[in-house]
Design a protein around this ligand. Structure first.
Ligand SMILES: Nc1ncnc2c1ncn2[C@@H]1O[C@H](COP(=O)(O)OP(=O)(O)OP(=O)(O)O)[C@@H](O)[C@H]1O
Ligand SMILES: O=c1[nH]c(=O)c2[nH+]cn([C@@H]3O[C@H](COP(=O)(O)O)[C@@H](O)[C@H]3O)c2[nH]1
Ligand SMILES: NC(=O)CC[C@H](N)C(=O)O
Ligand SMILES: [Mg+2]
Length: 511
């Protein structure tokens, strides 16, 4: 059977699994992630041209750590990375032991001639990035060593025909400068993939056809947030079903300043059929006195669904619910074993007895890919470049009790912060920026008079996929302007502070 032009990534729990998938897709080849313990049939159905086994936090020496059956990788090229390499070593009869010390960060390896390194140039020394403790002490019988670190430790091996290859270091991270060349060699030269994953007009028309076939003559209801994911989902679905798509934009009273109005204007220019539902009072009433973050999220998530259901009834019933679910949502919510950090309202929160079918046209795409589809659909770049905004909105940025007066303070401060970021020309360089209002007051002095005012926190982060984030070193001049303007123009606030925590250990939002 002809294999599909795609790469399967088997996730053994690495922090970088999504990064491997992104790197392969950046080469123009579709890749899909699956957990190591997924049913065999599910893995077989993907029928890929190549498999990459990710790293992972466990040790192959422990009982219960991720394992794979040899059958699964019998007649397809496979690349094991870190834990994946240790697993391959074990599977084919090599020796893995606990190393004396962890090797973490930058390292230099000496490489041998190998198809995997054929695109790396002449230099036999490669800068790479390592993160491991266990070591492969002996490559399996019949395999040859392809890389060693300066200490002599084994850093790569491959089978005689090169179709089973392994690396101790991580080619997927930016700190391995030749990583892209190594992955290209695997994907194109060893697996024989073609670069056909472009998300251009062809992908879009195929997707439109798929939606059409699925929906048939039915009607579709869509929760539109003004964000990138739901807007691109709606735009592509509208091409498929036309005016049988009904969009609902819920104003839950926790939107940013003037957002309701602005979002509706945008949608008019996109020619989408959108109904604005003013549910502010209803949401705030349901949230009265609630301060616990998870309770807030649950209440909001449920009310969202109630509103969608009511709207569906209003149009005489709907056959489909359209959601802007994207790939990271799918991968993260499927992660067995990991504890719940926050309940994201659109993942896993749907009522079990829901009668509508789910339509999720972007569920295979990463955020940057969604933006690319948006461009193909002709959506304006300034819209596609918008910072993400969480469904629960300012509820998770207004700590403590949610009252309209407090939300207004936060709205005003936030609008100033964002306006100044734009004035300084930094909006597109920042992944996400916003203000937080603390449930803490402090003493100040203005015009010789004591004040006892509110505290605003400024938060700006850079990130790739929201899984990890770094705080942005904003210029002092910007911070100074923002702080002055907030205290002058939002009289309830007398203190402005800056959040200088990355994720982990913090998260991006405060609740
Ligand atoms: N105010 C809202 N009204 C209607 N639906 C909403 C609203 N807020 C969120 N949703 C729904 O929840 C989904 C998830 O929100 P999420 O913030 O992850 O995506 P988004 O808003 O489309 O994009 P972005 O990540 O760019 O903000 C949205 O796709 C949308 O269907
Ligand atoms: O649609 C959403 N519904 C939610 O419930 C939600 N919670 C957080 N976020 C956004 O997700 C990214 C990661 O946020 P955290 O680091 O706070 O978990 C950041 O971009 C957050 O803004 C949400 N988006
Ligand atoms: N990053 C990894 O995959 C680490 C693998 C294994 N847990 C080790 O410590 O060696
Ligand atoms: Mg959003």
């Amino acid at each position: 059977m002809e294999r599909e032009n795609r790469i399967l990534i088997i996730d053994c729990g690495s922090q970088y699994t999504q990064l491997i998938a992104r790197r392969v897709r950046e080469l123009g080849v579709y890749s899909e992630i699956i957990f190591w313990d997924s049913p065999k049939e599910k893995i077989a159905a993907i029928n890929p041209k190549g498999i990459i086994i990710s790293g992972g936090p466990r040790s192959v020496l422990d009982v219960g750590s991720p394992v794979l059956s040899k059958n699964l990788i019998a007649d397809v090229p496979v690349l094991g990375i870190c834990y994946g390499m240790q697993l391959l070593a074990q599977l084919f009869g090599g020796v893995v032991e606990r190393g004396e010390a962890a090797e973490y960060g930058h390292a230099v390896v000496e490489i041998e001639d190998s198809r995997l390194f054929s695109r790396c140039g002449e230099d036999k020394k490669l800068d790479v990035w390592m993160s491991h403790w266990d070591e492969v002490k002996k490559a399996p019988e019949g395999f040859r060593v392809t890389a060693r670190s300066e200490s002599g430790a084994l850093a790569g091996f491959e089978s005689a025909d090169g179709r089973v290859a392994a690396l101790q270091f991580h080619p997927e991270v930016a700190h391995t400068p030749k990583g892209r060349e190594i992955l290209s060699a695997f994907v194109f030269d060893i697996c024989g993939c073609k670069a056909d994953w472009t998300l251009g007009a062809e992908w879009v028309s195929r997707e439109i056809e798929k939606i059409r076939e699925k929906v048939k003559g039915g009607t579709v209801i869509c929760g539109l947030s003004g964000g990138v994911d739901s807007t691109v989902s709606a735009a592509i679905t509208q091409r498929a079903v036309g005016d049988r798509l009904y969009c609902v934009f819920v104003d839950h009273g926790m939107l940013r300043k003037d957002e309701g109005q602005r979002v509706m204007e945008t949608y008019r220019s996109l020619d989408l059929n959108v109904r604005y539902v003013d549910a502010g009072e209803r949401f705030l009433k349901a949230l009265e006195g609630v301060t616990e973050p998870e309770r807030k999220r649950k209440i909001i998530g449920e009310l969202f669904i109630r509103v969608f259901e009511e709207e569906a009834r209003r149009i005489g019933g709907s056959d489909w619910l359209l959601q802007g679910t994207i790939y990271p949502d799918v991968v993260e919510s499927g992660h067995g074993g990991g504890g719940v950090i926050k309940s994201h309202h659109n993942v896993g929160g749907l009522p079990k007895d829901m009668k509508m079918g789910l339509l999720e046209p972007l569920r295979d795409l990463f955020k940057d890919e969604v933006r690319r589809v948006g461009r193909t659909l002709g959506i304006a770049p300034h819209f596609l470049g918008r910072h993400p905004f969480p469904g629960p909105g300012l509820a998770v940025r207004c700590l403590g009790e949610l009252r309209k007066e407090r939300l207004d303070i936060l709205r005003d401060a936030d609008a100033i912060f964002i306006e100044e970021i734009r004035n300084f020309g930094l909006y597109d360089d920042i992944w996400q920026a916003f203000c937080v209002l603390l449930p803490v007051r402090s003493v100040g002095v203005v015009g010789d008079v004591r004040s006892y005012g509110e505290t605003i926190v400024l938060r700006a982060v850079s990130s790739l996929d929201a899984m990890t984030a770094e705080w942005v070193r904003l210029p002092y001049e910007l911070l100074d302007t923002v702080s002055r303007r907030i205290c002058n123009e939002v009289p309830q606030v007398n203190r402005v502070t800056l959040d200088v925590t990355s994720k982990p250990p913090a998260t991006i939002e405060w609740e």
